[in-house]
Design a protein around this ligand. Structure first.
Ligand SMILES: [Zn+2]
Length: 640
């Protein structure tokens, strides 16, 4: 028998981003599917990673005075560590700066160039630097970038283009004929809408002079690869060459999970790229929604970014995993609130599931000295319980095809509720009073425990640690992976005579008083953050050594459009300083001028030249104005 293989991917996260619940959400969702498929007996390849090229990384590294590589080597760890904390069972972690990735990107570029799928052309367009994207005239909104609303620059340059446009008809046909390809349906319709307009070719290069931090084009060393063209290939570069990918059995992926903001790049760029390479598009691209926080968009400026590390420390990893997937349908937008989180923890987890386990294990202890009894006399309640279990198992399997996590959990809770009702209806505390009742009680306790075992297997993908603990309490020594979904095919997998363990609360309740306290603390923490980011003390300001300096020499830095190299007399010494002002000032006009210098700035190298300070200037959308004085103050004077 050939192995059943299954492949699921998250997007690779932009290494410069601070990990927030949005990242955790996608990754947890993919992890749940991966774990479930493993329980179904599949060989699963589950991939996540980090996107490490592009302008923002380069700029951030420059500011910190480290190389971009050093910068990403450090930053990507935040994601790796977070996934360990959240029990993410990824098979590998791809970074786009790794050799294995760069090798395949270059090989694909060369192949497409040789096949004339990539060509060189001149290009004029409106460029948005923060978004690293060109826009056409008609894309612009009030002359600004349609995505971030910032100013755009008109740039004309030679570049390389991928013949994406010629695949438009193929792509339309693919989306229309395969209803499972892009989900949910509302998002699929958006992509179809996008494809109503002519599909243009895709610019896949950036001149190295403007952006050196990227994968060099194998056929023209003056250019690097456009970040998206580079990043999308991560989904396959992990397997090696194109032949290796075909042989791996893991392509096409069963699900490429993405956020709704990057659906078009995946549905359109990625699918057509694969078509040109000669590989199948993924079987499914699923776009999920975004999280708001207490009804507001998450943003750094609002100080409401929900930090997953903190959440996990406060409430426990499994509670967060459960909440994120239970609270909203996958595919819709959701709202995060700590109040709702505490509500779900108390009702679903502590009261319903946790209490069911607790009382079952305690009663086995009380009535049978902690030994799981052999079922004896049966009643009609038993059949009803078993039928519910059977129906829930079947339904859950089906719902995984739609990635309907919230419905899966709702369904599983039907079994939680039914089992609690089963105990209430049969009334073990009454049965224990008579000899006849005690016979019946054996069956009741066995069935309650078996039902909990079924729940443990079904819930394991969502809450792996808690379910492992549940199994231990029931005295099951096989791991849940060993039991698998096949252990649910027949009722009665638990072995009578097994010793159960001491009952332990899986999900301690958060009492009202405590909840009020937690919510108040979170409020204060957010207020503290506001102070930290907004205001500094006079002591903080005094740490900056600002002084006047006279420019003695000024010349343009070769190969740089922006930089001027200055020699500045700051009274005690002459400093060599680089300033990005060449687009606004002629070097000659600067000589003799008095400027304000940050004199205690750590020296930094720009284009191989050391800069020993910084000149203060205002940047009004690219027009630079040096800060100065009404009168001549002299050199080396402190500025306050
Ligand atoms: Zn923009």
């Amino acid at each position: 028998m050939t192995e059943k293989k299954f492949c699921i991917t998250t997007p690779i996260y932009y290494v410069n981003d601070v990990p927030h619940i949005g990242h955790a959400y996608t990754t947890i969702a993919a992890d749940v599917v991966a774990r479930f498929k493993r329980l179904e007996g599949y060989q699963v390849f589950f991939l996540t990673g980090t996107d490490e090229h592009g302008q923002k990384v380069q700029e951030a590294a420059q500011k910190l005075n480290v190389t971009p590589q050093q910068h990403v080597d450090k930053l990507h760890q935040r994601f790796k560590e977070l996934w360990v904390k959240f029990d993410i069972s990824n098979s590998d972690f791809i970074r786009t700066t790794e050799e294995r990735h760069k090798t395949l990107v270059c090989s694909i570029l060369q192949t497409l160039f040789d096949k004339d799928e990539i060509y060189r052309d001149s290009y004029e367009g409106w460029y948005c630097t923060p978004c690293e994207r060109f826009w056409t005239e008609k894309d612009l909104q009030d002359g600004n970038c349609p995505e971030c609303r910032r100013k755009v620059e008109k740039i004309k340059e030679h570049n390389y283009f991928f013949r994406m446009g010629k695949y438009q008809d193929w792509l339309l046909e693919k989306i229309k004929s395969d209803p499972h390809f892009i989900l949910p349906v509302s998002r699929r319709n958006e992509v179809l809408g996008f494809l109503e307009n002519p599909l243009e070719d895709l610019c896949i290069s950036r001149p190295k002079s403007r952006l050196p931090w990227g994968i060099p084009l194998p056929f023209d060393e003056d250019y690097v690869t456009y970040v998206w063209f580079d990043a999308l290939i991560n989904y396959i570069s992990i397997h090696g060459s194109l032949d290796d990918i075909r042989a791996s059995g893991y392509w096409p992926a069963d699900h490429n999970m993405v956020g709704k903001d990057i659906l078009t790049t995946h549905a359109v760029y990625w699918s057509t790229m694969l078509k040109a390479i000669g590989l199948e598009p993924p079987k499914n691209i699923f776009a999920h929604g975004w999280w708001t926080v207490n009804g507001q968009k998450m943003s750094k400026s609002l100080h409401n970014v929900v930090e997953p590390n903190q959440l996990a420390d406060q409430f426990g990893v499994d509670v967060i995993r459960y909440f994120l997937l239970r609270e909203v349908p996958f595919g819709s937008d959701g709202d995060f609130s700590h109040k709702a989180l505490i509500g779900r923890l108390n009702s679903d987890l502590a009261n319903n599931l946790g209490n069911l386990l607790n009382r079952t294990v305690n009663m086995i202890k009380k009535y049978f000295d902690g030994t799981l009894p052999e079922p004896a006399t049966t009643g009609e309640e038993d059949n009803a319980l078993q039928n519910t279990a059977r129906e829930v198992i079947d339904e859950v399997r089906k719902l995984y095809d739609e990635l309907a996590f919230n419905k899966i959990l709702q369904k599983i809770w039907e079994l939680v509720d039914t089992t609690n009702q089963y105990i209430d209806k049969t009334g073990p505390w009454n049965l224990a009073k008579t000899d006849e009742g005690k016979e019946r009680l054996k069956t009741v306790m066995y069935n309650a425990a078996e039902s909990l075992r079924v729940l443990g297997v079904l819930l394991f993908p969502f809450m792996p640690k808690s379910c492992a603990s549940l199994m231990l309490q029931l005295g099951v020594d096989k791991t849940i992976e060993e039991q698998g979904m096949k252990s649910l095919e027949n009722w009665g997998n638990l072995t009578s005579g097994t010793k159960t363990q001491k009952a332990k609360q899986l999900f301690p309740r958060i009492e009202d008083k405590q909840a009020v306290k937690i919510l108040a603390e979170l409020e204060t923490k957010n207020d503290d953050k506001k102070d930290e980011s907004g205001q500094i003390t006079i002591e903080d300001f005094m740490k900056v050594d600002l002084r006047t300096g006279k420019i003695l020499e000024a010349e343009k830095v070769k190969k740089s459009k922006k930089l001027i190299q200055l020699k500045v007399d700051i009274g005690t010494e002459t400093r060599q300083i680089l300033a990005g002002i060449a687009e606004s000032y002629e070097p000659e006009s600067l000589i003799g001028r008095t400027v304000i210098i940050v004199a205690n700035l750590k020296p930094a190298k720009l284009m191989g030249i050391e800069s020993q300070g910084m000149v203060l200037a205002a940047n009004n959308d690219g027009t630079i104005l040096l800060a100065g004085f009404d009168d001549e103050p002299g050199q080396g004077i402190q500025v306050r």
